[in-house]
Write a new protein. Structure first.
Length: 344
């Protein structure tokens, strides 16, 4: 292969490897502030994470309400044992062993647990409200970050235009001073000063362009995107100025800030959960039922079907340390939420 052909092949490979975006500059994408906010609300991972957390806490309400509903279970049992034997270990009763095959249903319904389930459901509702307020606060934080990055990028792009105009003006002055110096109307010192001014303006332009790239990176992150795009941002009208005193804004923030509402709801959730832990020391009443068939029973005197119902009262006498320790931890978290609310 000749040297010329090798050069052509190398040039072709180089063109293939080069990113087309480097050969053809990317056309700026027009973007308004409202469009930027919409993009951030749809794509930002913090909003998606907070939304999933809110959905999870809403489902916990259903989980907490589960004890209100009855439970049914179907059993299919087959046993074989030596005739007239009794179980001697592992239980107080000496149950008889015999060969059997049976199927039936077991029913259980909570009558009352002294308010524990009620407090757990209330705690779950407050926790879901806290997650919902946290989700709203996350939305506001993302919108604030998008707005800040948007106007910061506008400011940086305006600085580039000003810096470019400064370079053009100082370059024109340098050309004029150089022409006058060539005609012995200015000294070379004047030319040197004008050249230094042009160099300073070009340095300011480079810094302004670097600030634009940094601002675009911040804007891309605020939008929740993983690819930086060259946006052409449109100017926005100035918002209405703040009031003369901050007192109305402070009161509005205390009443409407979702973070404060979230801490209040979390505090209420901790209170109800602490009450639910106290309910562990109170009695629980449950209705139990069972019915079924023994189609292959071979023992004389035993019916081929069975049914029964019972009312069970469970009264705790002594609670072990894990329950008291868990209650202490929840009381600690309750105080934490209270202090956070006061700090806000």
């Amino acid at each position: 292969m000749s040297l010329r052909n090798m050069a052509k092949v190398a040039a072709l490979i180089l063109l293939i490897c080069i990113n087309p975006g480097d050969l053809f500059p990317q056309t700026p994408v027009r973007l308004t502030l409202s469009e930027a906010k919409t993009m951030a609300l749809n794509n930002h991972p913090q909003i998606l994470a907070a939304q999933n957390e809110a959905a999870y806490t809403n489902e916990q309400i259903t989980v907490s309400r589960a004890p209100y509903f009855p439970t049914f279970s179907a059993d299919l049992t087959g046993t074989q044992g030596n005739e007239l034997a009794r179980i001697g270990a592992g239980a107080f009763s000496a149950s008889r062993l015999f060969n059997r095959f049976g199927q039936g249903m077991v029913f259980s319904q909570l009558v009352t647990d002294s308010g524990r389930t009620k407090n757990l459901v209330a705690s779950s509702r407050f926790q879901a409200e806290a997650s919902s307020q946290t989700f709203q606060a996350t939305r506001y934080d993302v919108l604030l970050e998008v707005t800040r990055a948007y106007f910061a990028t506008l400011h940086a792009q305006a600085l580039v235009r000003v810096a470019q105009a400064t370079v053009d003006a100082r370059q024109l002055l340098l050309d004029q001073v150089t022409t006058l110096a060539n005609n012995n109307l200015k000294s070379q010192l004047d030319v040197s000063f004008a050249d230094v001014n042009v160099s300073e303006a070009k340095l300011l332009l480079l810094r302004a362009e670097d600030t634009v790239q940094t601002s675009l990176a911040d804007l891309t992150r605020a939008l929740g995107s993983d690819q930086q795009t060259n946006y052409q941002l449109l100017d926005e009208p100035l918002p209405q100025g703040p009031p003369a005193t901050p007192d109305p804004l402070v009161m509005e923030a205390l009443n409407n800030r979702p973070e404060i509402a979230s801490f209040r709801a979390a505090n209420d959730a901790a209170i109800r959960f602490a009450e639910a832990e106290k309910d562990l020391a109170r009695p629980t009443v449950t209705v139990l039922g069972a019915a079924g068939f023994l189609p292959l029973i071979n023992s004389p005197g035993l019916p081929g079907r069975y049914e029964g119902v019972a009312l069970n009262l469970d009264f705790p006498v002594f609670l072990m340390k894990p329950h008291s320790g868990f209650g202490t931890r929840k009381n600690g978290s309750l105080e934490t939420y209270a202090w956070r609310g006061q700090a806000r």
